[in-house]
Write a protein that binds this ligand. Sequence first.
Ligand SMILES: [Ca+2]
Ligand SMILES: [Ca+2]
Length: 412
Amino acid sequence: MPTRAAFRSFLSLAETTNRLSTRWPSVVMGVVFASAAHAQWTVINLHPRGATESRAFGLDGLQQVGTVALGGVSHAALWTGSAETWVDLHPPSATSSDAWDVSEGRQVGRARVGGHDKPSIWSGTNASWVNLTPLGSPSGAANAIHQGVVFGFVAIDGWNHAGAWTREASSFGDIHPAPPVILSQGDDLDGETYVGVTFAPADGQNHAALWTGGAASWVDLHPRGALWSWARATDSGQQVGWTHLDGQARASLWTGTAESWIDLSPFWAEESWANDVKGGRQAGSVRFEGTYLACLWSGTAESWEALPLDLPGNWGDAWANAISMDATTISVAGWAHNLDTDRLEAIFWTRPIQPFLIGDVNDDCTVDAVDLSILLGNWGPWNPTSPDTDFTNDGVTDAADLSVMLGAWGGC
Ligand SMILES: [Ca+2]
Ligand SMILES: [Ca+2]
């Protein structure tokens, strides 16, 4: 039988991996990347003046949420598109708080009160804070909200149970799977499906989990041969997360079953993590030569694209934690390491949705001399920190890629 200590170490791993943000090394030395010419991305630094750290964890079309550290204390935070719009959601009775997700003007997360994290919901102000902890449970977290339904977990008899709420603590509905599963956590929902992680003592590892309704609907998404796995987000039939396989974390995509697993990790990546999915696009980070690159995918490892950090100053590690799409715009929330201030700062990326045009390296809807010049500057083995001019996905920019570009010459 595994010991209680083993479970504690799982909980510790869970906390570390689920909220990597909170354990982010503060002194990671990052490489400074030349800013790639991605004309269409608007990059906004959400970091409020006077804060010692900030990170954006979630967003919808209008609002961004996360955490802002003031004097070393995490405060749940809300933005509407710029650093100046920052609203402090921190309940006065809490010793720390974070906002993980937002939908239709409601924000969810956790607030630490009396030594325990309480699942929490707000509607735009700290005065609106509601503690969602059901009777009989000491703690939990509200990790996601979609169309008024909140998803997360609470501790019951010492173990976390995944479950959903409406807006009152008493509405908690437990979807914890039957034994041998002893622990489950909910991370995201999309109206039809719920994802998170489960743990059973038999193999001692966490498994990516999917539900379509109550406890009996639980599907184990764990890929064969993996050490552990975690499902972080779900949307329109796709689930994303991480799988630990062959000694590294790999960004992962599923479509409802363990067998559907797709490895999103580019061949050159040391490790990768997919944190969110929306409209067929996945957001996350890839580690290359020790540095984290915020990125998007469109369903395959080859579709990897870096998110630029076209901001004043010098920047290192970057992390994309959430993606949102409406009819015209893609938005991404995350954070990056400002090397000048040695702070993590919340970052908000947006760009118009436009047709994908192969050969259009700088995303300006035209394949022209600017793109040709970038391609010629990249000639030879492809470096993931450079603009992607390897259209043939063979790891080198050469005559074959030039031919693809010339074939696409012109506008969208
Ligand atoms: Ca172009
Ligand atoms: Ca090539």
